[in-house]
Design a protein around this ligand. Structure first.
Ligand code: ATP
Ligand code: MG
Length: 638
């Protein structure tokens, strides 16, 4: 009979508390705020060595290995081959992709004795592209999917929450190589396989997660998905449509059709005469709102972006800017601004650059774009309102005064930007002497350029409203296209003897982050409640009397039989009072607890309890306990 493997190897481990290292503590480290940081530290799984740098102690390492093993099995199952690339990457590797520049301070660098610089890999697109380039030359050698489980380095600006955002962390990264996007052997086929494998990984880890559409970059469409562990403490905002199942990262989430104003965009009389007000020391919306005693939904927030131009476009059109305008209580969405403008990338304009162009950052109004060449104004639908339909009166707007420390009240689109700022495209450059982007005519447009919010119309199901949740990004799959192969010259000869750029996909899992995310999702006030599949041990046997040879012998016997069935067992053989032992048991979160004590033994039984259960536990005859545990573990792991 084949034994089911529950853990790392077919035979389970039997370890003793007194022989391993589990330095539990009552106090959390001073900088620990998130539950995973607090409990993993207090339970002796990890220990901080420096900012964003952690030791994995024996318990922590067991969990890390279990997650890694699940990842490895699923990658192998999806047809990916494991390899191992160096951490130290000669900086010249980035000559073509220029990512050492794009990464900026995130990239760790070391200098050797001869002065040569190496980057410590933050991810491995460049070295793998280089390796594959040197290893294949024909379409016949593709497709191929390669992965590694490897330490990564990123000098995060704010390393935090323990393993959730470290500077040294464990990642599984995979890269696939193809000659086509569609069809057998194409990128889409592998992408779908990896999508399924990722789903298996996080399901097998026992986690509750959401797969969301994410910013897709060069290929467009649904070319990128993130796997988010649902947790209130998550950094990322997820939006879901309950009717269609659509889910997206806030960076990507579309908003369904919003009702247009009855009179049309921008149309409506002013709410009053334009009034300039001195607002000293109020650079942010929150400050102005307090100072002027107005509601944020009556503010217009104008954010200036610079277009990331190619050298050719720069020569042709000069520097170009986009002024994105949203309501004060909304957030500008950079990706939507980029897409609305039809450019390949935007970045926040810096204050100096903006000033040189005549924009007072923090106090910009849409009027600031008047008379300027190469500026496109993109106004969100909720901000492009002249008449307030709900209130039945002209819309009252407060916006920047276009000079430091000033705002204006009663801004009106038509009066202050021209009679008919829309008929969008009808607004010719002559009208205000502005030309929009790329020398085009439009300088003002209405679009969806804000982050979606709970209650917004679903983009996939009429009448449904978006709901929000928080998540922790544990995986990310991405159709790269030919970005790296073009930059680094990775091509193969096709069947027609023509050179073809290789098409790539990349697939990451934050292995160490997954450990922490599991705790964020599975804990109570007393400690960790591990999902069975990734618990450091499946079973904890607590000896009420460590000095009893009989008790110890029984514990050994049960543990040995469990191990033979693939179950990992920790025996708490410490000569301690039961109170602290049970406290520690709660803290380290082993799913099944067996207690060997006089009372139960007198009845020929041991006490069985699960970490999740709130009841007292039950007595199970000693002869049945092994089968009982194996059954429970099997059930829990599906
Ligand atoms: P984030 O947006 O959280 O900074 P990212 O999108 O930059 O992450 P990727 O480049 O997609 O991360 O890396 C793949 C995976 O590696 C992520 O999905 C995440 O699980 C993990 N990861 C990224 N940065 C860290 C970090 N600093 N600490 C731990 N895990 C990380
Ligand atoms: Mg990512």
């Amino acid at each position: 009979m084949a034994t089911k493997t529950f853990g790392i190897s077919p035979r389970g481990a039997v370890h003793r508390w007194t022989q391993t290292l589990i330095p539990t503590t009552r106090e959390a480290p001073a900088d620990a705020e998130s539950p995973s940081h607090v409990f993993l530290s207090r339970a002796g799984f990890i220990r901080k060595l420096g900012a964003g740098i952690y030791d994995f102690l024996p318990l922590g390492y067991r969990v890390l290995k279990k997650v890694s093993q699940i990842v490895r099995e699923e990658m192998d199952g999806a047809g990916a081959m494991e390899l191992h690339l160096p951490v130290m990457l000669p900086i010249e590797l980035y000559n073509e992709t220029k990512r050492h520049v794009a990464y900026g301070d995130l990239l760790f660098k070391v200098t050797d004795r001869k002065g040569a610089v190496c980057a410590l890999g933050p991810t491995h697109e460049e070295p793998i592209t280089e390796m594959v380039k040197g290893s294949i030359n024909s379409y016949k050698q593709l497709p191929i999917n390669l992965y590694q489980i490897q330490t990564k380095f990123r000098d995060e600006a704010r390393p935090r929450s323990g393993l959730l955002r470290g500077r040294e962390f464990l990642m599984k990264d995979a890269y696939s190589f193809h000659t086509a996007v569609e069809g057998p052997g194409g990128l889409n086929e592998t992408y779908d396989k990896m999508h399924a494998a990722y789903t298996n990984v996080f399901r097998r880890c026992g986690l509750d997660f959401t797969v969301v559409e994410a910013e897709s970059g060069p290929i467009g469409g649904s070319a990128s998905h993130e796997f988010m562990v649902n947790a209130a403490s998550g950094e990322d905002t997820i939006l879901k449509c309950p009717a269609s199942g659509y889910a997206a990262n806030v960076e990507k989430c579309e908003i369904g059709p919003r009702p247009a104003p009855a009179k049309g965009y921008f149309a409506g009389e002013p709410s009053g005469a334009l009034e300039e007000v001195h607002t000293p020391g109020c650079p942010g919306i929150e400050d102005v709102v307090k100072f002027l005693k107005v509601k944020p939904q009556h503010m217009l927030k104008s954010v200036l972006f610079k277009v990331q131009s190619t050298p050719e476009d720069l020569a042709k059109y000069g520097e170009e800017f986009i002024l994105a305008v949203v309501r004060g209580d909304h957030d500008v969405n950079e990706g939507k601004v980029r897409d609305a403008a039809g450019v390949s990338g935007v970045e926040l304009a810096d204050v100096k650059e903006a000033a040189a162009k005549g924009f007072a950052v923090g106090f910009i109004s849409p009027r600031a774009a008047l008379g300027k060449k190469g500026v496109l104004v993109v106004v969100d639908r909720d901000a492009a309102i002249g008449f307030d339909d709900a209130a039945g009166k002209p819309k009252f707007w407060v916006t920047g005064g276009d000079k430091i420390d000033y705002h204006v009240k009663h801004f009106n689109w038509q009066r202050d930007l021209g009679k008919d700022p829309l008929a969008a495209a009808a607004h010719k450059p002559e009208t205000h002497g502005t030309g929009g982007l790329r020398g085009g005519d439009d300088y003002l447009m209405v679009a969806d350029v804000r982050n979606a919010l709970a209650g917004d119309p679903s983009p996939r199901s009429a009448g449904a409203k978006l709901e929000t949740g928080r998540g922790i990004e544990v995986g990310h799959i991405f159709k790269l296209g030919t970005k790296y192969s073009d930059a680094m010259g990775l091509s193969v000869l096709g069947a027609d003897q023509q050179k073809k750029s290789v098409i790539m996909g990349c697939y990451g899992i934050g292995v160490s982050r997954t450990v922490a995310a599991a705790v964020e999702q599975n804990h109570d006030e007393n400690g960790i409640v591990w999902p069975v599949a990734i618990a450091p041990y499946h079973v904890l046997i607590t000896l009420m009397r460590a000095d009893s040879a009989d008790h110890a012998a029984l514990a050994d016997k049960i543990a040995g039989e469990l191990a033979a069935r693939g179950v990992d067992v920790l025996i708490d053989d410490r000569d301690e009072r039961p109170g602290p032992k049970f406290k520690d048991a709660d803290l380290i979160g082993v799913p099944i607890r067996l207690t060997i004590g006089e009372k139960a033994l007198a009845a020929g039984a041991v006490e069985f309890k699960t970490r999740r259960a709130t009841d007292k536990g039950s007595l199970v005859p000693t002869g049945e306990i092994v089968e009982w545990c194996v059954q429970k573990i099997g059930d829990a792991m599906g």
